[in-house]
Design a binder for this molecule. Sequence first.
Ligand code: PGA
Length: 249
Amino acid sequence: MRKKFIAGNWKMNLNTADAVTLATGLKNALGTADIDVAICPTMVQLTSVINVVNGSPIGVGAQNVYFENNGAFTGETSIAMLKDIACDYVIIGHSERRHVLGECNETINKKIKAALAGDVKPIFCIGELLEEREAAQTDAVLKTQITKGLKDISAEDMANITIAYEPVWAIGTGKVASPEQAQAAHAFTRETIKALYNDTVAANVRIQYGGSVKPDNAATLLSQPDVDGALVGGASLKVEDFMGIINNA
Ligand code: PGA
């Protein structure tokens, strides 16, 4: 049985005071539900947020990382640096990084490998553009992203990876995937993992849905058999909304 995993992607929002207030509010509101929860603030606010949730069940993730350990890579942050501040997770390959900031599958693969080697758990994002869905290319796009993103990653390492299926047309648009669309993409993703690895890896890997998840649509999405959690953007910025999603899981 896969434990549900709800993660909040705060993106490039909030100042440090607001981030601390939000993290404190979540820490106080979170009960003892048998569910994994993580929040992902900006790099600047990671330490402050980690200090707030330290000792609570809330994990903290970065939104990006670079694959080299150190050196002349102006503006980048390494896995060793994330590990040094006790960061638990890192989002890799988010659609905004793929499509706004130009990240390719090969870079994403290097980042996932670096995260696994450095003991920070990757949340590996995949998802198709609207035109790809309309051209019936969703499965092909997902297969390429999964195969290239997970190239040379072992079955053992798969235990530390969460996959997030985020259709690009649903991110920040209010246009959520239907439960049937989400389930179909998640089932396809699990089948692809099974073909790449084996039944056990496929049965155990957690696949989050992301894209306009709100408290009022979370329950139906999360009740789909292959939907194991959510990666939440906009609705993770308010305690009430994020808790509404957690409670619906
Ligand atoms: P959204 O973002 O919930 O605001 O659509 C999801 C994401 O980008 O992870």
